[in-house]
Design a protein around this ligand. Structure first.
Ligand code: ADP
Ligand code: ZN
Length: 793
């Protein structure tokens, strides 16, 4: 009798199995046609393991494609005679460790993206291209040679001794240098005498000098504050097993010192140096955090990975990790995939930072991938922040512990209703390090300010006065405005006309950027598609002279220049900071006291530690408040709290002046009061009411096409499939849409979104997997699947 399935239909009889050696290969650029890879025959003697990057024939024309071995078997249900053989190992002998292959599978499944693309994201392009790699002759002592049989010169003996001290193969020049020889001749003579064996090996040449990036360590070892010590003790006890630990410490509470000590403790326990990954937001990397890790553990133990590196440098760093020459990796988002052996600890600093989410395929969240990697490895992960994401906070204190009526800031009140028990441990550092206090914050109501004063001023009288004071005292100030350019509205002054300059390719207004180098003194630019054009002089509809209003960092700089002509001011935004060096240089000048005021976008809000800063001004707390995104309040709170945290990092009290048209908004008032718990309680209640994260889980599918009819049809079809499968599988996922995205058109593409919400991630995953298996949901240029999205525009 043939077998039947749940619905009484006969199932296909199992196909015959053949034996031999077979490999499932995920194609690097492959679309989602086969989620687990394509099966190939393994030629005899190829010496293949899981994780190898290989060349395979693809399609009818057998065009060569690259892919990754994800599974090796001796049996297949396919017709073995028809399977194509793997052609060769890809150049560069690249292999990913097996745990990373496992992790890639999880990422591909959870974030609904092609497996091959996950591998593509795991490996820097510089590595697969072999940038900076050259073949060099290398040598090592010949174990079979009889040293007593040959006579050596002093120099030759010195070279041989140096070679014996090396762990493995060494370059000729390196040995010559160690032995104090002027040329490589003595090394070559030793090869001729058979004392050294030699081969040619690929080495990566790069000029990254990590030594120069070390920050000076304090002369005496710091005594940890009580909170730091408790957190450290608690974390030290939890080494060696999986757990997620949220280290919630206010700005300046010394979180970095806790990380450093924890790594020291871990290294003290193990014989071979344990692997540690430290993730840091991109922008915080270059100057300070890296410097502290390098200083503590030495440049020979630490690799860095960030976008400020050249391709060859990135390749060289990756090889140092892969070859086991370093045990600590400090890096941005993609460093979560660092091929470290013996991984024992992962730290995610500033875990709330939105740069951890990749906004293109694969759309993974590095914090969550870090948690998964730690879980698979059975090791702890530490999430640190002064302003934790509400997701992490709710996971740490439990939604049920969040109480909106609680006025107490020190510990969340363990009352209130919605039962959900914490999965993370919660470690709190409520105070700054000894001798340092949180700054005093004043809120300036810009509505009142406008009424009391003629003309438009970006700096309130109070902010101006505080700036003058700080400059007089010879201290420093930082000024935040989270919008670059000069002005973000270009419009007709005639209200009856109502014309406003929008991008011809996007549903967005254009921003005026001044630029003295240009013939017309500036241009207007779209911040979404980067389209640029000249500033129109008159309104195309009514002929009136256009007016330019709104605000941007350039305008603040102009006003500062007028009001404080003697102050040394620098602006830091992505217009002025094109390269990592620009950023580093400006920060160095600020640290050295060569600048009085540092003005910038959110770039200046993160992680910087300058004891000379006694004033922080927030020019407008409103830029992120009015975004059509349910996280607008959370972002605003984080931005204000983070930038405020740059003030008063010394024994002198710091001040913050916070300007807003919404001075009563709870994100503004709670940030001013340093009241994270109060903010979180209130905000989480709103989210619970709306069924949004962290109270539920969210995924978003954006359909995009230049053809409006096509995109509408596609989105409706997809929504139909989703709702049919949702009903058939009784998943209870809440489906909304399709409806236009908040920015309905970007770069001539019309955009429609469908959102999926549920109490837990399971049903959303099941639903999307079902559609994926049916071939109805494919991540491609028309369909962007975003699981746990952080941006909703
Ligand atoms: P966070 O990352 O929490 O904002 P940091 O780790 O940057 O704080 O520490 C802020 C400053 O305080 C740093 O300059 C650091 O060297 C210093 N610091 C850290 N721990 C102590 C301590 N126990 N005593 C004195 N200074 C400390
Ligand atoms: Zn545009």
């Amino acid at each position: 009798m043939s077998e039947t399935d749940l619905f009484g239909n006969p199932v296909d009889p199992p196909r015959h199995t053949a034996s031999g050696h077979f490999a499932d290969v995920a194609i690097e650029r492959g679309i989602d046609a086969s989620p687990t890879g394509l099966t190939y025959a393994v030629p005899v003697g190829m010496g293949l393991s899981v994780g190898h990057r290989v060349l395979v024939p693809l399609g009818r024309g057998n065009k060569t494609a690259t892919g990754y071995v994800v599974r090796l078997t001796t049996k297949t249900e396919l017709d073995a005679g028809k399977l194509k053989p793997i052609q060769a190992l890809a150049p560069g002998a690249i292999a990913l460790p097996e745990p990373l292959v496992e992790l890639a599978r999880w990422v591909a499944s959870y974030y609904v993206c092609p497996l091959g693309m996950v591998f593509g994201a795991m490996l820097p392009a510089a590595v697969t291209r072999g940038t900076g790699a050259t073949r060099r002759q290398v040598v090592r002592p010949n174990a079979d040679a009889d040293a007593s049989a040959v006579k050596l010169t002093k120099l030759q003996q010195a070279v041989l001794d140096a070679a014996r001290h090396q762990a493995g193969w060494a370059e000729l020049k390196h040995l010559a240098d160690l032995a104090g020889a002027k040329s490589t001749s003595p090394v070559k003579q030793l090869i001729d005498k058979g004392m050294l064996e030699t081969k040619h090996q690929e080495v990566v040449v790069s000029s990254l000098d990590l030594r120069a990036q070390q920050l000076a360590e304090p002369a005496t070892r710091l005594t940890l504050g009580q909170g730091q010590q408790q957190a450290l003790d608690s974390l030290s006890r939890r080494l060696g097993r999986f757990g997620v630990h949220l280290l919630h410490g206010v700005t300046g509470s010394g979180k970095t010192e806790v990380y450093l000590r924890l790594i020291e403790a871990l290294r003290g326990q193990r014989e071979t140096p344990p692997g540690v990954i430290v993730l840091v937001p991109e922008i915080a990397l270059t100057p300070q955090t890296v410097g502290r890790f390098l200083a503590r553990f030495g440049p020979d133990s630490v690799a860095v990975l960030h976008s400020g590196l050249t391709a060859a440098q990135r390749h060289a760093q990756w090889r140092r990790i892969e070859q086991g020459r370093v045990s600590i990796v400090v890096g941005a988002r993609s460093a979560v995939f660092a091929p470290l052996d013996n991984l024992q600890l992962v730290i995610v600093d500033e875990e709330h930072d939105s740069s951890y989410k990749q906004d293109q395929l694969p759309r993974y969240h590095a914090r969550d991938v870090a948690i998964k990697r730690a879980q698979m490895a059975g090791i702890p992960v530490v999430l640190g922040s002064a302003t934790p994401s509400l997701e992490s906070y709710a996971n740490a204190v439990g939604l049920s512990a969040v109480d909106a009526s609680s006025e107490q800031k020190r510990a969340p009140n363990p009352q209130l209703s919605i039962a959900k028990s914490p999965s993370h441990t919660y470690l709190h550092l409520p105070d700054r390090v000894p001798g340092m206090r949180l700054p005093e914050v004043e809120i300036i109501d810009l509505v009142e300010e406008r009424k009391a004063r003629r003309g438009i001023h970006l700096l309130s009288r109070r902010l101006e006065q505080r700036l003058a004071q700080v400059l007089e005292e010879g201290a420093q100030a930082m000024l935040l405005l989270n919008r670059r350019g000069y002005a973000n509205y270009i419009a007709c002054p005639d209200h009856n006309c109502g014309w406003m300059l929008t991008c011809p390719h996007c549903d967005a207004t254009m921003v005026y950027h001044k630029d003295k180098r240009l013939p017309l003194g500036g241009l207007v630019r779209c911040h979404h598609c980067h389209y640029e054009t000249v500033l129109p002089k008159t309104c195309p509809d009514s002929g009136h002279k256009v007016s330019v209003f709104g605000l941007g960092t350039q305008k603040v700089q102009a006003e500062l220049g007028q009001k404080f002509p003697d102050a040394r001011i620098a602006r830091m935004d992505s217009d002025t900071m094109r390269r990592a060096e620009d950023y580093q240089q400006t920060l160095d000048r600020f640290r050295a006291g060569e600048l009085d005021i540092l003005l910038g976008t959110q770039m200046i809000a993160k992680g910087l530690d300058f004891p000379g800063v006694r004033l922080v001004g927030v020019v407008s707390a409103d830029t992120s408040l009015n975004m059509p995104d349910f996280r607008a309040s959370e972002r605003t709170f984080q931005l204000i709290a983070q930038v405020a945290g740059r003030s008063g990092r010394s024994d002198r009290i710091g001040r913050v002046v916070l300007q807003s048209f919404n001075p009563e908004d709870h994100a503004v008032t709670r940030a001013a009061a340093h009241d994270y718990a109060g903010f979180a309680a209130h905000e989480i209640q709103t989210r619970v009411a709306m069924g949004l994260p962290p109270a539920g889980r969210l995924a978003r599918i954006v359909c995009r096409d230049k053809d409006h009819v096509a995109v509408t049809r596609h989105a409706r079809e997809l929504a139909g499939h989703l709702s049919a499968a949702n009903a058939a599988l009784k998943l209870n996922v809440h489906l909304r849409g399709p409806h236009p995205c908040p920015i309905a058109r970007v770069a001539d593409h019309h955009r429609l979104e469908i959102t999926l919400t549920a109490d837990t991630p399971g049903p959303i995953q099941k639903l999307m997997t079902e559609l994926r298996n049916q071939g109805q949901l494919i991540s491609d240029q028309h369909t962007a699947v975003d699981v746990d999205p952080v941006s909703l525009l």
